[in-house]
Design a protein around this ligand. Structure first.
Ligand SMILES: [Zn+2]
Length: 202
């Protein structure tokens, strides 16, 4: 499934440590039922800073993927989230929006739930006064995991770079209004930018 990986140094300083030790890695993936995409990662060899993104190599339209989480089997549905993807689970008020720290990832529904759990655990430390509310959401995620509470996972992407893959997933085009209501990611790598970076490095 994986093609060879491309790696090249970047001329820009690391946003975290300021050293000029960034490298850009890109790998073309051909994901069944999704298509060809480019997974790109910027890594700092000094401090370990890392940023990933996923981009479709074919033109895509703004798309919503929606899956009803009803059983433990649904945890295995594959989730491809680009930095422009917004993941929502309305039943528990969970939302993962693109932002300066948003990460692209390829995982499954369970992996997304784990990411929400990580955030909630951090919130427990930051907002001890909200402890009961946070524990309530954590409990509900536990129920969803075991198919004891029905929930919906929605993944919206204005560039169509994200997807949930399962035979029970519902897919539709986003309306213009829905696209306008979405926040978009701040870091994207289009082919022309990669060309520019290559040029700057010569
Ligand atoms: Zn660094």
């Amino acid at each position: 499934m994986n093609n060879e990986e491309v790696e090249m140094p970047l001329p820009t300083p690391c946003p975290v440590c300021g050293k000029k030790t960034l490298v850009y890695r890109a790998m073309e993936l051909d994901i069944p039922n999704f298509g060809k995409c480019l997974e790109s990662t910027i890594i700092c060899k000094s401090c370990g800073y890392k940023h990933s993104d996923i981009m479709m190599l074919e033109t895509r339209e703004p798309t919503r993927y929606q899956i009803d989480l009803e059983s433990e089997d649904d945890l295995n549905a594959r989730v491809i989230r680009s930095t422009s993807g917004t993941i929502t689970i309305p039943e528990i008020g969970a939302k993962m929006e693109p932002g300066p720290y948003s990460e692209a990832f390829i995982t499954n529904v369970e992996g997304v739930l784990n990411r929400f759990v990580d955030v909630l655990v951090q919130l427990l430390h930051t907002y001890p006064s909200k402890r009961e509310d946070i524990l309530d959401v954590l409990r509900k995620i536990g129920y969803i995991r075991h198919g004891r509470m029905k929930a919906t996972m929605i993944l919206d992407d204005p560039f169509g770079n994200s997807a949930i893959l399962s035979n029970k997933v519902k897919k539709r085009k986003l309306t213009k209004e829905e696209v306008n209501n979405l926040k978009t990611g701040e870091v994207t790598f289009r082919p022309e930018d990669i060309e520019k970076l290559k040029g700057a490095n010569r």
